[in-house]
Design a binder for this molecule. Sequence first.
Ligand code: PLP
Length: 287
Amino acid sequence: YVCDLDGELLPLSQARVSVLDRGFLLGDGVYEALPVYGRRLFRFDDHMARLARNLDRLRIPASHDAAGWEVRVRRLVAAQPFDDQLIYLQVTRGVALREHAMLPGLTPTVFLMSTPLKPVPAEWRHHGAACVTAPDLRWSHGDIKSISLLGNVMARQVSVDAGAAETILLREGEPGGPWLTEGASSNVWIVQEGALLGPPPGPHVLPGIRVGLLRELCEEAGLAFNLRPICEADLRAADEVLLSSTGKEVLAVTRLDGEPVGHGALRGKPGPVYGRLYEAYQRAKAE
Ligand code: PLP
């Protein structure tokens, strides 16, 4: 695979960064993961707006505006022999002797790589995925797409160990909770009385690019959409549970902690709201 390190296209196996890079020493950087379908960028401006917000918040100078990033991403996309790509874009503060303070004046290290975008497994598409829950023990800047992902790595491993597709996180401590936050690397949704509900934006939820997309797809499909706090009881009693992310697109969760999700004939099966959003998502990809 070809990658782009500080503006130079080179084979991924040959890319090298300094051991003093603050990404390596401190996890001091942010990233984006964006899908490319048939060499077409998807929701690119949304991804770049999130990147710009994150860089700004961390006082890391932006190397490009959205148009500049687009030139760079398109060049990488064109350099690959495959059409469906997952672009990983990372910006770290730069190279300096180890020091916690946000040292100003460093040149950020910018790294992009493209790998084949794996299709969502057919098994998940047809039968939904099994997930497990775990307490959300991560830090309180979950709205920043930080490369420091140890909390997410540990959360994900809970579902790996259980043979499940994703770990759904519940945050304890607030009255009325535990409250649904998100997945280890996805946003989580429930369906209640035909409406798609997700947790509101806040410090424990990444503003996923698919949040805005699902809002639009619901509007087009005439489905109610609402962001509001979701407690554990609502999650467990939901008619449907869904995940969304770059890699999972929109995915039905049909088992939660070993129990089938949903009610009646649809118990344990992907539901109708999932079905409509899946179709709408595929149409949006093809546009
Ligand atoms: N939440 C977390 C923690 C993530 O890592 C991701 C990334 O895929 C998401 C949510 C979903 O965001 P997006 O729709 O931008 O892929």
